[in-house]
Design a protein around this ligand. Structure first.
Ligand code: IPE
Ligand code: MG
Length: 251
């Protein structure tokens, strides 16, 4: 009751404030949340975390956010975490995240990351969800999985050079004509606006190799809650802070 009153009040406070079109979310703290809630098996945190993204997407849509990027797993996570945990995360990616995209007709799906780090079945499920959602136009959802910001920039430069070689352009010509826009066109998901706002949960104050190229002008909002405990009011508060900051800057 109180919660819904507070939610409505926050929504009213957002009216007339600048709104981010693109919100990127670093969903951190699943394992600490699980341990804090008394579960020995940290996979339960990942399950709640994956289901929680569905709710977050709905709150974002309700708040008029048309583009969401969510960090599911880093390239480092894929290499360094134990295989049972990664297997479970991949299973959730297939059975919860890809499945959600198939059923929720709002989001056109994009994938950012190195698909060859993923098990075949996960890569296939994601590619199928990308295909199924290709013609939607209400919102863009990017799942960053097997993702590293530095590797994305490296891959983009490599791809610029590959194209140039295929077109028979010399290295001197490429170097001479290289622009930010050209690198931008070779990122994993070209054509999206840069994130206006990045939210990271769990109190960690780092970017950790997320969206290196795209976040040079983004606002960043750190939130102490663990990801599965992040609520709609926390999103609305982040949007309010964002709105006020942007207003101040524009005046
Ligand atoms: C975020 O939660 C999910 C992934 C990075 C896969 P963590 O698994 O990082 O949980 P904490 O941060 O250790 O609590
Ligand atoms: Mg973490």
């Amino acid at each position: 009751m109180l919660y819904s009153l507070y939610t409505r009040r926050l929504r009213r406070q957002l009216v007339g404030l600048p709104k981010p079109d693109h919100v990127a979310i670093v969903m951190d703290g699943n394992r600490r949340w699980a341990r804090g809630a008394g579960y020995d098996d940290v996979r339960i945190g990942h399950r709640f975390g994956a289901k929680h993204l569905e709710a977050f997407l709905q709150w974002s849509a309700d708040a008029g956010v048309t583009c969401v990027t969510a960090w599911v797993a880093s390239a480092d996570n894929m290499r360094k975490r134990d295989s049972a945990e990664i297997d479970y995360l991949m299973e959730l990616t297939e059975s919860v995240l890809a499945d959600h995209v198939r059923r929720d007709h709002r989001w056109r799906l994009h994938i950012a990351g190195q698909l060859d780090l993923l098990p075949d079945s996960t890569a296939r499920a994601l590619k199928e969800a990308v295909e199924v959602s290709r013609d939607r136009d209400a919102g863009d959802l990017t799942l960053a999985i097997g993702y590293s910001g530095r590797l994305e920039v490296l891959d983009a430069v490599r791809s610029v050079l590959d194209d140039a070689a295929a077109e028979g352009r010399s290295l001197a010509e490429v170097a001479d004509g290289l622009t930010e826009e050209e690198i931008g066109r070779h990122l994993y998901v070209p054509g999206l606006p840069d994130p206006d706002l990045v939210i990271r949960t769990s109190g960690e104050l780092r970017m950790s190799d997320f969206l290196l190229w795209q976040t040079t002008r983004s606002d960043i909002e750190f939130c102490d809650l663990y990801w599965p405990a992040f609520r709609e009011v926390d999103l609305l508060r982040a949007l309010r802070t964002y709105g006020h900051r942007r207003l101040e800057r524009s005046s």
